[in-house]
Design a protein around this ligand. Structure first.
Ligand code: ZN
Length: 77
């Protein structure tokens, strides 16, 4: 389960998750991880707490388009 989604692999997403939640990431990296988690069922199954991730992202300066995409995904679920 090491799929490349949004330009980043599962292993990289999981390795950086702590940084995401602490807001300690470059904007480009955060955008890639956000896209990956939104599109990767495997990462969510693996234990990514998606709601926490979204909450963390919302508290930082997420581009409105990204936030809207995440909202849409959550509503679909
Ligand atoms: Zn993944």
């Amino acid at each position: 389960m090491d799929r490349d989604i949004g330009g980043i692999r599962c292993s990289e997403v999981l390795a950086r998750l702590g940084d995401v939640l602490e807001g300690d990431l470059l904007e480009a990296d955060r955008a890639r991880i956000t896209t990956h988690v939104a599109g990767c069922v495997e990462c969510r199954r693996f234990g990514v707490r998606y709601a926490d991730l979204v909450a963390a992202l919302r508290t930082s300066d997420v581009p409105p388009a990204v936030a809207a995409a995440l909202d849409a995904r959550l509503r679909v679920r």
